[in-house]
Design a protein around this ligand. Structure first.
Ligand code: GTR
Length: 318
């Protein structure tokens, strides 16, 4: 990974990297994502089913129903967990999914991920918080206070997934990985910043308000994202449409240091601005130890592909 910004970017006036770890976390909460309230507690984690030796014996498939007690009520989550047969306790990858747990059985390369020694725990992201400007689930279970957006609610959900994983035999949260694609890649980054139990954070095609720089023109901008998805962020974030927020996303990546981060882009994913993602990684690199930040760009567009999983895990294992 080069640590030099390309010539044209040397004078880009990117705001400084944090001098101290955690320095800008409060600022990212204030400007973009909102403050996640405390007060959740893991209740019961009830095993619903267990299928042994799935994917030709690669591991076991478990389904749990977990209760999270929040100040104003309980949130119920249905989790799908794969645990490798040959590596126990296995470090866990927690990743929210877009279309329900069962759909990941078609789309995610579970056999190969388990062969690499990792467990994977997933939950439908909308079970945590609906992706809808007029609805809320977990955010309604906390007293009204300072705003937090849906991205922050999904990030909160990733941390609760880690609580659940910590409760299940055969899995360890030592070396845990937060992984997310697109809007869920934004959530993974915000979870990785805030929850130090995540040893590695992987963002795939996370784009605007994820890994890509506001200061690099191209793809989605603040006006577009806050118009289509006003519920993702604090309401005041839309005031930065057409201007520059005081922070930028290389500082978000750097806020994960000294823990590790991996950013993946798709060459044709112009809306997520792969060049802006790459420049953020280059600009964040001085905050990390040797080899603790990684990046790939692969051919193709906006998708979480087997190649993305396997290259990210190769980075994790390095
Ligand atoms: C797009 C959105 C992006 C990205 C993507 C996704 O419509 O503009 O910020 O997050 O959705 O989540 O697939």
């Amino acid at each position: 990974m080069t640590t030099d910004l390309p010539e044209a970017w040397r004078d880009a006036e990117l705001p400084d990297l944090p001098a101290l770890s955690g320095e800008f976390v409060e600022e990212f909460a204030r400007v973009i994502y909102g403050r996640t309230p405390p007060g959740a507690r893991l209740g019961e984690v009830v095993l619903q089913s267990r299928d042994e030796g799935v994917f030709g014996g690669a591991g076991d498939r478990l389904r749990h129903r977990a209760t999270i007690s929040c100040p104003l009520g309980d949130l119920e989550l249905n989790t799908l967990l794969h645990i490798p047969a040959d590596a126990r306790p296995a470090p866990v990858v927690v990743a929210l999914n877009f279309a329900g747990n069962d759909e990941t059985l078609e789309d995610w390369p579970y056999a190969k991920v388990m062969a690499a020694g990792y467990a994977v725990l997933t939950v439908d992201y909308q079970q945590i918080e609906p992706d809808d400007p007029n609805a809320s689930r977990v955010r309604a279970l906390f007293p009204a206070g300072e705003p937090w957006g849906a991205v922050a609610a999904w990030a909160w959900g990733l941390s609760r997934c880690l609580d659940i994983a910590a409760d299940v035999p055969g899995v360890t949260i030592d070396g845990a990985i937060a992984l997310g694609h697109s809007r869920l890649g934004k959530a993974a980054l915000w979870a990785g910043v805030q929850d130090e139990r995540f040893a590695v954070t992987v963002s795939n095609d996370s784009g605007c308000c994820g890994a890509s720089l506001f200061r690099h023109p191209g793809g989605e901008d603040i006006a577009a994202i806050t118009t289509r998805f006003p519920h993702w962020f604090v309401p005041s974030f839309s005031a930065y449409a057409g201007s520059r927020p005081p922070i930028d996303q290389h500082q978000l990546l750097a806020s994960i240091a000294p823990r590790r981060v991996y950013v993946a882009s798709g060459e044709d994913d112009a809306w997520a601005d792969p060049i802006g993602e790459y420049l953020a990684v280059v600009a964040a690199t001085p905050a990390f130890g040797d080899g603790d930040i990684g990046y790939h760009v692969r051919p193709g567009g906006h998708a979480l592909l087997e190649e993305d999983w396997l290259r990210a895990l190769a980075f994790v294992q390095r």
